[in-house]
Design a protein around this ligand. Structure first.
Ligand SMILES: [Zn+2]
Length: 161
């Protein structure tokens, strides 16, 4: 008789290790992500009230002659509430440069209009001498409307006119 090789595999109680601990990585809170996101809040823009074209950015507001906004009147007696900005990419200069009746001593001015609908929006000032800033924009504030947060360069292509 041959002794049969007892090849019965040993009963191994296999512990099923399927429920291992999940590979959790510690979620470190990023210090920059806060409720107040300055990048999102800085997207406000000043737009032409007549046509909606983007004219300037509120963060470009500057003080000239000690203040940002001024109440001024022209020789015809029309009062304007203007605000000073270092730049206003949405306007274009129209007409000649002159220093007559200037509201800012030491500056010449040129009338500016909306680059889209040509409505008069303000004046661009040029320093005559070595005055800072060398140039700035004065915009009639009630001819602008401030818009918030929406980004995406929509060219408001309204056939309105
Ligand atoms: Zn316009």
């Amino acid at each position: 008789m041959r002794a049969a090789l007892a090849s019965a595999p040993p009963e191994r109680a296999r512990a099923r290790a399927r429920h291992g601990p999940p590979p959790d990585r510690p979620a470190a809170p990023a210090p920059g992500v806060a409720a107040a996101d300055p990048a999102a809040r800085g997207r406000r823009r000043l737009c032409c009230r007549a046509c909606g074209a983007v004219i300037a950015r509120p963060e470009d507001a500057i003080a000239v002659g000690g203040a940002h906004s001024h109440h001024v009147f022209n020789p015809a007696g029309i009062v304007f509430h203007i605000g000073c900005f270092r730049d206003a990419p949405g306007v274009r200069a129209v007409g000649p440069r002159t220093g007559r009746f200037t509201w800012f001593r030491g500056y010449d001015w040129v009338v500016t209009a909306c680059g889209t609908c040509a409505r008069h929006l303000g004046w661009m000032y040029h320093a005559i001498a070595d005055t800072a800033p060398a140039t700035f924009q004065a915009l009639v504030l009630d001819r602008l409307v401030e818009t918030g947060g929406d980004d995406g360069g929509d060219d408001g292509d309204d056939a309105g006119g």
